[in-house]
Design a binder for this molecule. Structure first.
Ligand code: ADP
Ligand code: MG
Length: 678
């Protein structure tokens, strides 16, 4: 029956079929894989402890013949007296006429339902024809949709278990079942729906957690292998001594962490296979230097590099810092939308004939009619948008450069191996020595005047400051102070010598860039802004940030914002003005004042928000697991990953017939094809 349509089940008509379809249940077998999303654990209670209207489980002896009456269309009411200790309880069952034969005089039964204290009556929704035992204490709870009742759904699932469970095929090779002491697939499916006890339920869950994570990791490893196999021809040969002497000439020593990630990257550059690597490191951890070294190595090998960033102003900043580091030996050019006409033409020519070693710009940089002489490395900073489409653009130009992604979003360890499972990941997890952590304070809004004075003091010492307010677009609906009010208030409060600027989402891109430039040049000392401050903008003289209504921001966002200060050698400050109502909000403020470690914050964030929300479901590339949860099950995830790596390395998928089912599942997944480059 497994592959038969659900309407082969007696009592499933067109309507019910439609509702089942909404739950993605089309075949009888699909019912078996519609797992409960939670379990209630019932406890036997004494009658005298029950409160009116409480849902409770009681045990007693059938003390009367069941009595049944029908009303309306197909509706029934079954009643029966149950002796519970000295009390005769009236049990009422609606539309469960089939239970009539199971209520046998003198037998012990267990009933769960709503207790009516005045009538000594229980309206039963769960019946167990025996004494209370472990099996009857576990109540699976399922998601339903539309008018489909859970009791109906459970009935269909029982039907599917009877008719089709034997057709459920094992997909894991036997070794895993033995090694990890996992139940078979059939047994696990049964236990998820009808657990015998808590232990068997736990093992059934363990089995599917492993199955889901293992399959997922196998897919990731598969994509990775296929992509590597197709990326021959990116070998770079460069003089290591020259590279090392460049590294020696830097005004500082690389941190241990930087040395390690640089090793990974240089290895990829030398290697035949195409690099597809994510470099992850908190704001200020020194990613740009690493990028510069990689670009230098690429240039030494006679190839060109491109650095792509999300905005023009960032492009300008990057060009400036690359020039500082590499300007003496390399030719670096900036290419953005506002560079037009002859100037643009000249740059494009230099790029095409190979005179330019490094081209810096926004992501349009590769989409335009830019022709590279010999593009060997693309570095993508702070954007997740560079994906399949951009790769195709490059490929269409006959280019297969190494690709390095850089991100300052600290991705919790537990997430990074999964969401980027088809990429290699390098992490800079330490800050350069001597960095002063940003001192962070949480104050209530009634401190506003003192905070204004603090801003004045800081600015009069020659430093600059940001004031951040939540989005003005939302101000109509939400009772938030908007940026304009705050800006006007601050302008009134500040001495005349202090220039105050206002930046918000309604300004044009050009206006925003102009404001940022004025701020960078210290023509503006206090910048009031909604969260449109661009990621990665670097104004080292800005040492103070005040965030209004800070409870409206998530941890990740607060951390990103705070990263705008603490970029110079002076002590920086971040003041969170917030009167959070929820515990969650208070927790976030507390965490912010206690740590500046992005990884620690991101773990908190993940725990508060859950993995789906962390990146946004679509972006994360995370599948929706039925049983597994990558936060709680990160240990299983790591085991699954190691196993998957080993399976791929040993070529088991192809060689070992025990893996045939897994191989088929992987290769028939449409998402897999999407993520393979060619
Ligand atoms: P990120 O790009 O990760 O935000 P940057 O590369 O811009 O960080 O580095 C931030 C600052 O730290 C820069 O001024 C850079 O020159 C400096 N820096 C980078 N690495 C080190 C190091 N190992 N020791 C000291 N300073 C460093
Ligand atoms: Mg390579």
């Amino acid at each position: 029956m497994f592959y038969e349509s659900v309407d082969t089940i007696p009592s499933v008509g067109d309507k019910t079929k439609e509702q089942l379809t909404m739950l993605d249940i089309e075949k009888v077998g699909d019912l078996l894989f519609h797992f409960p999303f939670r379990y209630d654990f019932l406890e036997l209670k004494d009658l005298e402890d029950l409160e009116h209207d409480e849902v409770a489980t009681i045990e007693g002896e059938v003390a009367s013949q069941p009595n049944i009456s029908y009303f309306g269309k197909k509706k029934s009411r079954l009643t029966c007296t149950i002796q519970v200790g000295l009390v005769a309880v009236k049990a009422v069952f609606f539309n469960q006429a089939f239970l009539k034969d199971k209520l046998v005089m003198g037998e012990t039964v267990t009933l769960t339902g709503k207790w009516d204290m005045h009538r000594l009556q229980l309206t039963v929704h769960k019946f167990h024809p025996k004494s209370f035992d472990e099996a009857s204490s576990i109540e699976p709870v399922y998601h339903t949709k539309g008018n489909l009742k859970m009791t109906q759904l459970k009935k269909f699932i029982r039907y599917a278990l009877k008719s089709s469970l034997h057709e459920v095929e094992e997909i894991l090779p036997g070794d895993y079942l033995t090694d990890y002491k996992l139940p078979t697939r059939q047994e696990a499916v049964r236990q998820l729906h009808e657990p015998a006890n808590q232990t068997t339920l736990k093992h059934a869950r363990r089995r599917f957690i492993f199955e889901e994570l293992f399959l997922f990791q196998l897919k990731m490893q598969y994509i990775r292998r296929e992509n590597k196999a197709q990326s021959i021809g990116t070998t770079k040969v460069f003089d290591d001594e020259r590279l090392q002497s460049f590294i020696q000439s830097l005004p500082f020593q690389l941190t241990t962490s930087q040395v390690k990630v640089l090793d990974d990257i240089l290895h990829d550059l030398r290697d035949e296979t195409r690099m597809n690597r994510l470099l992850q490191g908190d704001v200020g951890s020194g990613k740009t230097v690493i990028a510069a070294i990689a670009l230098y190595a690429t240039a030494l090998s006679g190839q060109q590099g491109a650095l792509m960033v999300p905005t023009e102003i960032l492009a300008e900043q990057h060009e400036a810092s690359l020039n500082e580091l590499l300007g003496e030996s390399l030719r670096i050019r900036l290419l953005t939308g506002s560079i037009k006409g002859k100037k643009r033409q000249a740059i494009l020519e230099e790029v095409a004939n190979g005179e330019v070693d490094v081209l810096v710009g926004t992501h349009a940089l590769i989409q335009d009619d830019t022709i590279f002489h010999r593009l060997g490395l693309v570095i993508v900073d702070e954007q997740h948008r560079f994906g399949v489409k951009q790769r195709k653009t490059l490929r269409d130009k006959g280019l297969t450069p190494d690709v390095l992604f850089m991100t300052a979003t600290p991705i919790p360890r537990t997430l990074s191996i999964t969401s980027f499972g088809d990429m290699d990941v390098s992490v800079i997890d330490e800050m350069p020595a001597g960095r002063l952590p940003v001192e962070t304070y949480w104050v209530k809004h009634n401190m506003t005047e003192r905070i204004h004075q603090f801003l004045i003091d800081q600015i009069q010492q020659g430093e600059q400051a940001y004031v951040i307010c939540p989005l003005i677009e939302e101000s109509d609906q939400l009772d938030i102070q908007n940026a304009v009010d705050i800006f006007e208030t601050l302008r009134d409060v500040m001495p005349e010598s202090i220039q105050v600027g206002l930046m918000h989402g309604r300004l044009s891109a050009q206006e925003k860039e102009d404001l940022m430039r004025q701020f960078a040049n210290n023509e503006i000392q206090l910048l009031v802004s909604t969260t449109v401050i661009e990621v990665g903008v670097n104004v080292p003289n800005a040492t103070t940030m005040v965030i209004y209504d800070a409870e409206r921001f998530g941890l990740a966002q607060l951390h990103q914002l705070r990263g705008r200060v603490g970029r110079g050698s002076q002590q920086s400050y971040c003041v969170l003005m917030a009167d959070p109502k929820s515990d969650n909000g208070k927790e976030r403020m507390r965490v912010m004042t206690e740590t500046t470690d992005g990884f620690e914050l991101s773990e908190h964030d993940l725990n508060i928000r859950g993995p789906g929300d962390f990146f946004g479901k679509r972006q994360s590339g995370l599948p929706e697991f039925k049983v597994a949860n990558i936060v709680d099950d990160y240990r299983a995830l790591e085991v699954a990953r190691q196993d998957a790596v080993r399976v791929m390395q040993e070529g088991r998928l192809e060689k070992d017939p025990n893996y045939a089912k897994l191989k088929h599942l992987i290769e028939s997944d449409p998402l897999i094809q999407e993520r393979i480059f060619d």
